[in-house]
Each structure stands twice: as structure tokens, then as C-alpha cells.
Design a protein around this ligand. Structure first.
Ligand code: GLU
Length: 304
């Protein structure tokens, strides 16, 4: 019996040994199975921020294309101006466009836009952003993203000296040329109301339409500024109303600004709503405002 007991104990011990061996064998197997995962997780950790900084598809498309297509003005001296002889663009907005392209590591391509075409071209994807004296308004923010403003201008009115119009009061009764798709007409009507020259009855910020407005002034809308300038010379309109920066080139001899500046116009880079480009543009403008580059560019372009 004792021998049998011993034999049983030996068998039991062997079995336990076997079980222990299996357990021991499994444990490292599990560990080794887990280890690489754990290591992989660890080695992935430093890459994690890159994953969150992932380049948005629209930005990647620009990088892959190697060209940032920017809508700019071509006749606004100091902002976006194309030299008719050389075809070279210059101005604050041109420099900002180049800086944006440089940030993305791509070339820049300029497309001349007007107040009427800039959003169509952005919406159709023909351009990636707009840097074209584009005033930030709450209404526009509903359709496009705008960066923090990089410049603030004001609206004024250009007239032929012979017209005798010198201020808002003598402007009452005039036909005013404005660009379609601009803030100009609404700004002028608001200025007339604020100056107490018209009652403002029937003025509604949301539904205002220059085409039908007749209180104090009436409007003719044009697709571009050279046409308004020609209309002013021809007497088709009595006045030309838009941002002072835009009017500068049309203020030739025998023409003057009236004695009134109104409606601050804050210019921002416009991009497709909620796009990756919106974030890149905002980062650029914030950085260049913070480090003084924009102030320097404003001075360099004679805009201060
Ligand atoms: N800055 C004004 C606007 O955005 C005038 C139009 C223009 O920029 O051409 O409406």
C-alpha cells in the first residue's frame, strides 16, 4: 500500500509538474503575445499628435497639386495689383497669399476676381481661397469662413468735382454706382440714416436690395470697377461708392472723395466653410499679426 501511495504521489506530482509546465509555458506565450502589442502601443504614442494634426483632405489636395490658387484683386493698389506691363502682382494681399503658399510648401497662382466673381470661384473649387478686399460680415460668415481681419478700411464716395457733391447731404438725390456683390450700397444707406438725412423707414438689414432702394439715393450695379469709373465720367451715375482702398486708382484729376468715411470694412481671407484651409489660413494670419509681419507689410505697401 505504501508503495502504491508513493507511486500515486509520484504520478500526481508528475501531473502537477506537467500542469505547471503547461501553465509556465502558456504564461510567457501570453506575455510574448501581449508584449509586442504593448511595445507597439508605446512606439505609437509619440506619433499620436501627428494623427490628430492629420492634414485635411482639401489641404492635402493643394499640397499634392503643388499650387495654391488664390483669388485676388488686380487693380487695387497696395492690396492686389497686377502690373499691366510685366504681369507681376504686388500688394499686401499678394504677400499674404505667397506666405500661405510657403506655409504649405507649394507655389502660388493668382486669379483676378471681382466682388461678383470671388465667391462663385471659391464655391466651384476653381480657387482655394480669396484674398481680395473681402469684407467680413455676419451674413457672409454664414456661407464662408473668414480669418481674423488683417486690415480695416472704410467706405467713401468718389465724385466728379463738377457735380458739386461734397458730402453726404449734397449726395441726397444722386444715382450711385456700386459693384454687385459688395457691401457698398447698404453701407451708404446706413450712413445716410445715421446722419439723419433719410428716415430709414423700410430699411431692413436682411432684405436690403440696392436694385429697389430709392430713399435718398438710388443705385446702379456693375460687375467691375473700371465700368463704374467710365459710368461716372459719362454721367450715367453721379457718384461711385466703395472702399477707399479700391477707389484710390480711380481718383484722377477733377475727381474727389466726398467729406465722409463710414462703415469700417474688415478684410479677412475667405475659405470654404469648415474646410482644412480655413484652419491653415487662420493660423497664418494670427501668427503674422502676432509677430508684426502684417504691420510691416501694411507699412511697406503704403497702407498705414
Ligand atoms: N470690400 C467690400 C466688400 O467686400 C467692397 C467690394 C470689394 O471688395 O470689391 O463688399
Amino acid at each position: 500500500m505504501k508503495k502504491r501511495h508513493i507511486a500515486l504521489l509520484v504520478v500526481l506530482a508528475m501531473l502537477m509538474g506537467l500542469l505547471a509546465a503547461c501553465g509556465a509555458g502558456e504564461a510567457p506565450a501570453e506575455e510574448t503575445a501581449e508584449q509586442p502589442e504593448a511595445q507597439a502601443a508605446e512606439t505609437e504614442t509619440p506619433d499620436a499628435p501627428e494623427a490628430t494634426e492629420e492634414v485635411a483632405a482639401d489641404v492635402q489636395a493643394v499640397i499634392d497639386r503643388g499650387v495654391l490658387r488664390v483669388g485676388v484683386k488686380n487693380a487695387v493698389v497696395g492690396f492686389g495689383y497686377e502690373d499691366p506691363l510685366t504681369g507681376e502682382y504686388s500688394g499686401l494681399e499678394i504677400e499674404l497669399a505667397k506666405a500661405l503658399a510657403e506655409k504649405l510648401g507649394v507655389d502660388v497662382e493668382f486669379t483676378a476676381v471681382t466682388a461678383a466673381t470671388r465667391t462663385e470661384l471659391l464655391d466651384s473649387g476653381d480657387i482655394d481661397c480669396v484674398l481680395a478686399t473681402f469684407t467680413i460680415t455676419d451674413e457672409r460668415r454664414e456661407s464662408w469662413d473668414f480669418t481674423t481681419p488683417y486690415y480695416t478700411d472704410h467706405v467713401t464716395v468718389l465724385v466728379e468735382d463738377a457735380s458739386g457733391i461734397t458730402d453726404l447731404e449734397s449726395l441726397v438725390g444722386a444715382t450711385v454706382g456700386v459693384s454687385s456683390g459688395s457691401t457698398s450700397a447698404k453701407s451708404l444707406v446706413k450712413a445716410l440714416i445715421e446722419a439723419g438725412l433719410i428716415s430709414g423707414d423700410g430699411f431692413d438689414e436682411e432684405t436690403f436690395d440696392p436694385a429697389t432702394w430709392t430713399d435718398g439715393v438710388s443705385f446702379r450695379q456693375y460687375d467691375d470697377y473700371p465700368t463704374i469709373s467710365t459710368a461716372l465720367s459719362a454721367g450715367e451715375v453721379d457718384a461711385f461708392c466703395v472702399d477707399k482702398s479700391i477707389l484710390a486708382i480711380y481718383r484722377t484729376e477733377g475727381r474727389s472723395y466726398i467729406d465722409a468715411e463710414f462703415a469700417p470694412q474688415e478684410y479677412g481671407i475667405a475659405t470654404t466653410k469648415d474646410s482644412g484651409m480655413s484652419a491653415v489660413a487662420e493660423e497664418l494670419v494670427s501668427d503674422l499679426l502676432a509677430d508684426g509681419t502684417i504691420s510691416a507689410l501694411i507699412a511697406d505697401n503704403g497702407l498705414d
